[in-house]
Design a protein around this ligand. Sequence first.
Ligand SMILES: [Zn+2]
Length: 115
Amino acid sequence: MEQNLDIHFFRERLAERLIELNDLVETGDAAAKPVELDQTRVGRLSRMDAMQAQAMSIETKRRREGEVVRINAALERINNGRFGNCLECDESIPTARLKFDPSTLLCISCAESRE
Ligand SMILES: [Zn+2]
């Protein structure tokens, strides 16, 4: 089924999110640096906290980088006119799903079968 998508709207949303993510990735880099093992200043508990915070920020960074990849793929699909169609089965992705996350590349059933 042919959808009448507001490509301009999605392009703007994706571009904005990309800028936001680039800023976040840069600020997140500082927190993801190796934990200092300065035993004289940092107690065992706070060292654990620091390591936990580091693990979390690495995970966050990994997620953000994954989103950047998806956004770039979505922008590419806007450029080649494939945006809004599922990457796997080529069915139209519901507009509501795209509005919720414009970087979605799969329809609901393909996304579910990938999990
Ligand atoms: Zn699909």
